[in-house]
Structures are given as structure tokens and as C-alpha cells.
Design a protein around this ligand. Structure first.
Ligand SMILES: [Zn+2]
Length: 441
């Protein structure tokens, strides 16, 4: 059963591919004339005309009247535009404690949202039950014809075989070899795509956020874990074993603390949420300050039960962020030190990949973004070898916390607008096609 599932290798026809090419040009360049589409796509004008008529029939394309007349004084061409409401997609983030889902149109605009609390480590079947409930609630809210749902994209932490739709392993979710795409497809008869969560954040920024015009981008997510999505030549780079982007396990201090992965001194062991809380608790203890100074003041407010025993206080990275934002010098120093560790990790991969842009996202950026950003920039400038500091842009995510779900939805949009060319039917590619034959393929 499972080995038959290999959506990455499913072949597509040239016709389907050409349809996607036209829709993608409309998405990126519309409103646009048929002649311009033919020029950009290098398809023949009759092919474009035929496919446009077909796509207009299924409401994916709208005519919006005439454009500017030709300089030669010819007839003004009719302009075409993508109808973003002709299809809808669902994007899901499977977090450690939260499941989030959105319904978007073809341009990735969020139309409806749904979310629910999730028990960590809950078995995959139960989580899929919860997911199915969320998707159903989105569909009910939207009241859309079911046939307009093009697909579902889902993001989770861990090593994901996106071609086979399997979560190979996720230590945060405590899952191993879960055929997640298939489990969701059993509930909803649409294609389901899954991908690592840091990768979908990078995809979201490339399609809809800060990196729309960039080719080589690294997107770092900072929070419970630290991950990276890498875009090279405009495409997500997954690596040979779906393991690319594990920036959290770059060693930044050989004498550093032991990481979740069992090794010592990884970036994640020094700069993840858990590490921030640990370093903060140690810093307070060294100065004989009670942990409650931050935890209670920030989180529980006046009247909360007081405790002076540092060990008895549930101390989180959120507490440190809040204290830092309130101006506490020690908390600020801890956040800045966190930024410097992240900057060292970023300089290491920037030296290797030479990107145009680094985007910082994830929960911690949402809370202490400007403190982290300044410290990251300082450390990157210090450790970057080849580029002048101004050549590499480092910026916060433009999509913020929505990047996860928008990126998950984009998995479906990418398949719709840009099906991979290596999946074209080979015998057709091998055949020499005459221009006349091309128009009827
Ligand atoms: Zn590690």
C-alpha cells in the first residue's frame, strides 16, 4: 500500500503542465493579454488561446476588458486575470501544543481560521481526528462548493519525506514513520502534501512574504526548536535525506550544554526557548535573585502566590522576553546573548551558501524580535567571511506567526501553479513536437 504512494513521481501531462504555466503567469503578472502570455511562456498563440478558453470555462480565468492599444495602433488586447476564488486550499500547522488551520484562496489570502489545543505525544490517529474536525469547521465556515477545495497542506516538525507523505521522525511530536498524508487523504478526497515546518515558513516568505524577489534565502525559525528552511535558486532545498536546514544542531560552543539530540553545544541547546529559560534561571541564581522576580511579576500579576525558591518557579522564555521588553538589564543581556549565538550559527551557513537574504521568524521573534535582530546582525557581521555586511540582508519575517499555516497552504498552491517539470510524461518530452501538434496536446 505505502510504496505505491509516491506523489513526487506521479506523472503529469504536458497539457496539465501548460495550464499551470499559464495560471502561474496570470498569478505573477496579471492582468495580461493572451499575446503576452504566449511570449512569456513560449507556448504558441493557438495553444494559449485554447487553454485560456478552457480555464475561463472552469472560472480560473476572468477577462477584465481591454488593455493599452499597441503602439502600431492595432486593436487593444483583452486582458486576463486569475480568479483567486476559483479554488481554495487548506494549510495546517501541527504544533506541539496547538493545531492551527486556515482556508486560503489561490493567492494565499486567509479567509477562515480554526485552531484547537493538542496533547503532546498524542497518537497520530487521534491527532488526525482533531485535524479532520478543524478542516470540517473551515469548510462549514466558508460554505464553499466542496469541489473547489484543491488540496490540503500540513507542516510538522521533524524529518519529513514529503514525496511519500511520511513523517519519518519528529522528536517534538514523538512520532516515527507516520503516513500522515495518507491518513488525512482517507478523510478528505483531495491531494495532501506535508513538509517540515521550518521549510514551509521559507516557502511562505518566498511566495507571499519578504523574499518574493529573492533566489537564495535562508529562513530561521526560533522558538521551542531552532530550524531553517533553505531556498536555493528559488526552490526549497531539502537535502539528500530530507535533513537539510538543521541549523539548530550546528555546534556553536564545544563546551556548551548537552542538546536534546544528545550532543554538546548545539545552537538549540543555547538559544531555544528551553535554553533561554535555563540560562536565565542560572543567571538569576548566580546573582542570588529569585526567579519569581521575573516569572511572577510578568506572568501572574499582583496577588499571585509568591515564592522565593527559584527551583519551584515555572520559568519560561516568555518570562525572559517580557522582562527584557520591560527594560530589565539582565533579561536584555540574556536575549542579546541568545541573538549572538544565533548570529554565529547564521554566519556559519551564510559562509557556506552565500544567500541574498536571511529571514528570522518563529515564536521568539514575535516576542523579542528587535532585541534578537540587533544582536544577530552584530554577530553575523563579526563572523561573516566573504560578504560586506551590507550585502546580506537580515530581516524579520513579514508574515509573523501566520507563516507556518500560509506556508502549509502554499504546498498545495505550489503544486497547482508550478508542478515539477521532472514529472512530465517522459515519452512526450522525448517526442519532437511540431508547432501544429503542440497546440492540440
Ligand atoms: Zn543538537
Amino acid at each position: 500500500m505505502m510504496d505505491k504512494r509516491s506523489r513526487g513521481r506521479n506523472l503529469i501531462s504536458i497539457k496539465k503542465h501548460n495550464r499551470a504555466v499559464i495560471l502561474n503567469i496570470l498569478r505573477q503578472r496579471g492582468p495580461i493579454s493572451r499575446a503576452e502570455i504566449a511570449r512569456i511562456s513560449k507556448l504558441t498563440p493557438p495553444t494559449v488561446s485554447n487553454l485560456v478558453s478552457e480555464l475561463a470555462g472552469s472560472e480560473f480565468i476572468r477577462e477584465i476588458g481591454a488593455g493599452d492599444s499597441y503602439r502600431s495602433g492595432g486593436r487593444r488586447p483583452t486582458l486576463l486575470t486569475l480568479n483567486p476564488e476559483a479554488g481554495y486550499v487548506v494549510g495546517i500547522k501541527i504544533g506541539v501544543t496547538l493545531l492551527e488551520a486556515i482556508l486560503t484562496d489561490l493567492e494565499g489570502r486567509i479567509l477562515h481560521r480554526a485552531q484547537t489545543g493538542k496533547v503532546a505525544g498524542e497518537n497520530p490517529g487521534a491527532v488526525v481526528d482533531q485535524l479532520a474536525g478543524l478542516v470540517q469547521s473551515l469548510l462549514n465556515q466558508s460554505n464553499l462548493p466542496r469541489e473547489r477545495l484543491l488540496g490540503i497542506g500540513a507542516a510538522s516538525s521533524g524529518v519529513i519525506n514529503s514525496e511519500k507523505g511520511i513523517v519519518r521522525r519528529s522528536s517534538l511530536l514523538q512520532w516515527k514513520d507516520v503516513p500522515l498524508a495518507q491518513l488525512i487523504e482517507e478523510r478528505f478526497p483531495v491531494p495532501v502534501f506535508i513538509e517540515n515546518d521550518a521549510n514551509v515558513v521559507a516557502l511562505a516568505e518566498k511566495w507571499h512574504g519578504a523574499a518574493v524577489n529573492e533566489s537564495n534565502v535562508i529562513c530561521i525559525t526560533i522558538g521551542v526548536g531552532i530550524g531553517a528552511g533553505i531556498i536555493i535558486g528559488g526552490e526549497l532545498y531539502g537535502g539528500s535525506h530530507h535533513g537539510a536546514g538543521e541549523i539548530g544542531h550546528i555546534v556553536v560552543d564545544r563546551q556548551g550544554p548537552v542538546c536534546n539530540c544528545g550532543k554538546r553545544g548545539c545552537l538549540e541547546a543555547l538559544a531555544s526557548d528551553g535554553a533561554i529559560a535555563r540560562r536565565a534561571a542560572m543567571a538569576l541564581a548566580e546573582r542570588n535573585l529569585p526567579a519569581s522576580a521575573w516569572a511572577h511579576a510578568a506572568q501572574k500579576g499582583p496577588g499571585a502566590p509568591q515564592s522565593n525558591a527559584a527551583t519551584s518557579v515555572e520559568f519560561t522564555a516568555d518570562d525572559v522576553s517580557r522582562a527584557a521588553e520591560a527594560g530589565d538589564p539582565l533579561a536584555r543581556e540574556i536575549m542579546e546573548e541568545t541573538g549572538r549565538y544565533i548570529g554565529i550559527g547564521i554566519a556559519n551557513i551564510a559562509n557556506l551558501i552565500d544567500p541574498e537574504m536571511i529571514i528570522l521568524g518563529g515564536e521568539r521573534m514575535g516576542q523579542s524580535g528587535h532585541l534578537l535582530l540587533a544582536a544577530v546582525k552584530g554577530a553575523v557581521n563579526e563572523h561573516l567571511f566573504s560578504q560586506p555586511a551590507a550585502g546580506l540582508r537580515i530581516m524579520p519575517s513579514r508574515l509573523g506567526n501566520d507563516a507556518w499555516v500560509i506556508g502549509a497552504a502554499t504546498l498545495v498552491l505550489k503544486e497547482f501553479f508550478q508542478p515539477a517539470t521532472h514529472r512530465l510524461e517522459k515519452h512526450r518530452l522525448d517526442t519532437k513536437v511540431t508547432p501544429a501538434a503542440k497546440s492540440v496536446l
